[in-house]
Write a protein that binds this ligand. Structure first.
Ligand SMILES: [Ca+2]
Length: 189
């Protein structure tokens, strides 16, 4: 089960508004980057036509009856230029362990994707994103992805307690306007 929550936030330096619906779509791309999981749930997919400052996206995820791990997968494509991703978080929202951050280096401040994050791309002709100091939301670093023809994927696996609820959140910024700016959020297990 998945639900989406709307959060609208404003800070002094950056205007942030998340999109929201309560619909869970099931059109999951047929890609090698999503194979290897017994199931993949799509939490969100959205397209932009203009650049946006860092915007907060949050979701609720319910672990399955026997599920002890899950993988958050963020798919990004941006025809004119690039995405920035920062402050990715997964926290258990109920019972013991509530509020404890389950991702490692969700702010990319280590300066290295490995060992916490994995990347994958649909196109061998695209380079996969990397950590950059150009436009962090917090700290000094963010994930920077330039995928003009195919989706790139960044993922991290976290432990789950069966039947527990998790809050998944992240901040995304798109650098320029265009008609090919897309992102999708998945959880695989
Ligand atoms: Ca950061």
């Amino acid at each position: 089960m998945t639900t989406r929550t709307k959060t609208t936030m404003t800070t002094s330096s950056t205007t942030t508004t998340s999109t929201t619906t309560t619909t869970t779509t099931t059109t999951i791309p047929n890609t090698d980057c999503l194979r290897g999981f017994s199931s993949v749930i799509q939490l969100d997919v959205f397209n932009l036509t203009s650049s946006q400052p860092y915007t907060y996206y949050s979701y609720t995820y319910l672990a399955g009856i026997d599920q002890t791990s899950a993988t958050l997968i963020i798919a990004l494509r941006n025809v004119p230029q690039w995405w920035y991703l920062d402050d990715v978080s997964v926290v258990q929202s109920t019972n013991n362990g509530r509020g404890v951050e389950l991702l490692s280096d969700g702010g990319f401040e280590s300066g290295s994707l490995a060992p916490s994050w994995k990347t994958c791309t649909d196109g061998s002709d695209d380079f996969v994103g990397f950590i950059e100091r150009e436009n962090p939301r917090t700290g000094k670093c963010s994930f920077y992805d330039f995928a003009t023809r195919h989706f790139d994927y960044i993922s991290q696996t976290f432990e789950t307690v069966p039947r527990e609820l998790y809050n998944i959140s992240m901040w995304l910024s798109a650098s320029r306007s265009g008609d090919g700016i897309s992102a999708a959020i998945f959880v695989g297990n």
